[in-house]
Design a binder for this molecule. Structure first.
Ligand SMILES: [Zn+2]
Length: 260
């Protein structure tokens, strides 16, 4: 039965209204704060926060759906939060469940105006990003994870921007690789990729149009990571791979609190 329900959910992975309905139900059940923070192309965008029961709780930033043709990312985030709601009580989590609803609905990487929003974090004229930055202002997180997919990928891979040590990339990839094989290519998008890991130290001025991961790394977290699943693989396996990475992030965040 659970499997049937799960596949039904996957079939609706491009149905934004359905996605929002699930987030609303979860937020209501768990008493998480759900707020509309912007509208774009006729869709409302939401941010969700688990209330910090303890201010010392580890903090986590999660987002998905900035590219609308990456449905396992948005699907995995809601599925995982539904499943891990109890565990998340021990964390402070800020979630952007879908940053490009028009794209998700139309299975399109870009927004209705043809922009790649993930190259727009330095632009001032993108209202959704401006509204998102306003929520983020003055906030820091122990870790930030952005969920993505890549239709050219041959396996799962992860970008980790150098920052807080020890790095987590290897452990997150090992968790994902239990469900989807690692990216075998040695170069991905012009960057060296080692067993699925692309780790770089990046100066903020090197890239004229920032992706979200840059904003997070340079403004809000010592850990900014982007997981990419291959969108030609099975939806169920991709959702599981994202879920396994999220589980590993929680595990590592807990360990960090114990040792610090
Ligand atoms: Zn993407």
């Amino acid at each position: 039965m659970a499997r049937q329900l799960e596949s039904a959910a996957h079939l609706r992975a491009h149905d934004y209204a359905w996605l929002v309905k699930r987030w609303r139900a979860l937020a209501k059940r768990e008493k998480w704060r759900l707020r509309r923070f912007a509208t774009a192309d006729g869709f409302s965008l939401y941010a969700i926060e688990s209330p910090p029961r303890k201010t010392s709780a580890p903090s986590l930033y999660l987002s998905a759906g900035i590219h609308g043709d990456e449905p396992a990312a948005t699907e995995a985030l809601i599925t995982w939060c539904e499943r891990r709601a109890k565990a998340l009580e021990k964390f402070q989590v800020l979630i952007f469940p879908c940053l490009n609803p028009w794209g998700l609905q139309h299975n399109n990487r870009h927004d209705a105006e043809g922009r790649d929003l993930n190259r727009g974090y330095r632009r001032r004229n993108v209202p959704v990003i401006a509204a998102q930055k306003k929520i983020l202002r003055g906030r820091t997180f122990d870790a930030a994870l952005m969920l993505h997919e890549d239709f050219d990928a041959h396996g799962v891979y992860l970008y980790e921007i150098e920052g807080t040590r020890p790095f987590w990339g290897e452990k997150l990839l090992a968790a994902a690789a239990k469900h989807v094989p690692r990216e075998p290519r040695k170069m991905v998008e012009g960057r060296a990729c080692r067993r699925g890991l692309i780790r770089k130290s990046i100066r903020p001025d090197l890239m004229p149009d920032h992706p979200e991961a840059f904003l997070l790394r340079y403004g809000h977290s010592g850990r900014s990571m982007t997981i990419e699943t291959p969108s030609e693989f099975s939806m169920a396996a991709r959702v599981q791979a994202h879920g396994a990475v999220l589980d590993e992030v929680l595990r590592l965040l807990k360990g960090q609190t114990l040792t610090s």
